[in-house]
Design a protein around this ligand. Structure first.
Ligand code: FES
Ligand code: FES
Length: 162
C-alpha cells in the first residue's frame, strides 16, 4: 500500500482532537493500535462475532474489526483507555466480582455494560444476557460477568432507587 493512497482523517479520541493518516483497508482496530498505541480494543474473531474489538463511536458500540478507519473522519470515539486513570462503577464492579481471567474480552464487556446501563439502569438477568450476547469470553467467566453487571447497576443507581 503506497503512502500516497492514505487519507487524512480528523476525529475526537477519548476527548482529544486528533489527526491520523489511514490506509483505505485499515479498520478502527488498526487505527487505534498503529497510530495511537491503544490496544484495549483487540482483534480476536475479526468477523464481528466476539465483541473483543468494541469501540464506542458517536455514542454507539461498533465492532472495531469491521468498521473502516476512514469512515471515522469527524467522529467521536471512546475506547476503554478513556477511563484508565479513574475507574468507573462498571470497572470497579468487574474487579469486585472477579469477572475476568485472562482479561482479553474485558474491555468489550465493560464498554457494552456501560451502553446497557445507559439505556436500562435496572436490567434483569435476561436483559443482561440478551444485551451481552454478542460478547464472547473464552475463559467462561460468564457467571462472574453477569454478577458484575448487577453490581454495576446497583452501584450506578441513585441511593433512593436501590
Ligand atoms: S474481533 Fe471484532 S467482533 Fe471479534
Ligand atoms: S476473561 Fe479471558 S476471554 Fe474473557
Amino acid at each position: 500500500m503506497s503512502a500516497t493512497s492514505r487519507r487524512t482523517i480528523r476525529f475526537t479520541l477519548n476527548d482529544q482532537p486528533v489527526t491520523a493518516e489511514v490506509a483505505p483497508h485499515w479498520t478502527l482496530v488498526d487505527l487505534l493500535q498503529r497510530c495511537f498505541d491503544l490496544f484495549g480494543a483487540r482483534e480476536s474473531c475479526a468477523q464481528g462475532l466476539c465483541g473483543c474489538c468494541t469501540v464506542v463511536l458517536d455514542g454507539k458500540a461498533v465492532s472495531g474489526c469491521l468498521y473502516l478507519a476512514a469512515l471515522a473522519d469527524g467522529a467521536t470515539i471512546q475506547t476503554i483507555e478513556q477511563s484508565a486513570q479513574h475507574l468507573d462503577p462498571v470497572q470497579n464492579a468487574f474487579i469486585e466480582a472477579g469477572a475476568f481471567q485472562c482479561g482479553f474480552c474485558t474491555p468489550g464487556f465493560v464498554l457494552m455494560t456501560r451502553q446497557l446501563l445507559a439505556s436500562n439502569p435496572d436490567p434483569s438477568e435476561d436483559d443482561i444476557r440478551h444485551y451481552l450476547a454478542g460478547n464472547l469470553c473464552r475463559c467462561g467467566a460468564y457467571p462472574q460477568i453477569i454478577a458484575a453487571v448487577k453490581i454495576a447497576a446497583r452501584n450506578s443507581r441513585p441511593a433512593s432507587s436501590s
